[in-house]
Design a protein around this ligand. Sequence first.
Ligand code: V47
Length: 365
Amino acid sequence: MENYINNAGFGPILEKVNAKERLSFDEGRQLYNSNDILALGYLANIVRKRLNGDNSYFIYNQHINYSNICTNLCKFCAFGCEKDSDLAYEMSVEDVKQKVRDRLDEPITEVHMVGGIHPDLPFEYYLELLRGIKEVRPELHIQAFTCVEIAHLAGLADKSVEETLKLLMDAGLGSLPGGGAEVFSPRIRELTCEKKISGRDWLEISKIAHKQGLNTNATMLYGHIETIEERLEHLQALREAQDETNGFLAFIPLSFHPKNTAMSDLSRTTGIDDLKNVAVARLMLDNFPHIKAYWVMIGPQMAQIALSFGADDMDGTVKEEVITHMAGAETDLAIGSTTLIRLIKEAGRVPVQRDTLYNVIEMHS
Ligand code: V47
């Protein structure tokens, strides 16, 4: 295989990967520009194996999207809408508690809860959401509110991000999901999500969270109008932030789904680009412990293959996804743990049920 890698022009990168040396921006560009997916996979697999052995993680989780009403109205998003839209909805705290109650007989360990930037729900509503979930199921880990929502909540509370996070943590917040990062490039934000907080602010809020002991995730929405260089700048900015605080748990590449969005003239990403984003992320983000292959966006089969291209996590049961399905995802709304375990085993990995912070709950060896 080493001959193959050398012939593909990746000899110097292989040497660096074996020596645990950090790859440069230009090397990242070389990786992205190659369509030799087997060579990329081989390289990324070295890092995956070094960091995670043969473990491939999954979690029993439940997604709750408390409201789709949003003032940002990003062009790539089919979920957010204005308050007077026919599609608009808003859950009461009781509705959210009921969603959690409905699944009390399932071994769920995490609620993943995000929503739009709502124009008039008060700060107290968000605290009550957290308290309400904990009341119904105290042992659940609540991974909620992207950095974009945190900035909004700090505005509502009229407090600093630190103080806002402290109040949310006291009410039950356990960690932040990785959404809202999109692509940090100001050009992309201007063209696709001009009202959203800047990439710099997103990173700043993540770092503040880390310093307060909250772990967070990071995403990148790829496959629309971003360039390879903008993807690499995004990955480099995440790598630098992680060097500072070491609070990111996982990176999740998100494949753009165009349907029902203001960018619906664009096509879905291809399998090669999906695998490339997993592999390049694994190679560039040498300080991120985990790379997720999010089956909802790339499909369970592609997520299974991604386990040989740098990913070590398939996210989880999800129950039930809304954001990507509004944008035309054809995957199921949820997946059973038996299916996840089978997908992982057939990929030659050891399925490991984890909690949000990657503590092992059960090894299915
Ligand atoms: O923030 C919006 C993106 C994110 C579209 O942290 C779109 O573990 C594709 O962040 N096509 C929500 N993507 C999903 C998310 C996530 C998912 C799974 C795990 C984790 C984690 C985080 O989806 C949004 C936005 O960046 N998004 N519209 C679209 N049309």
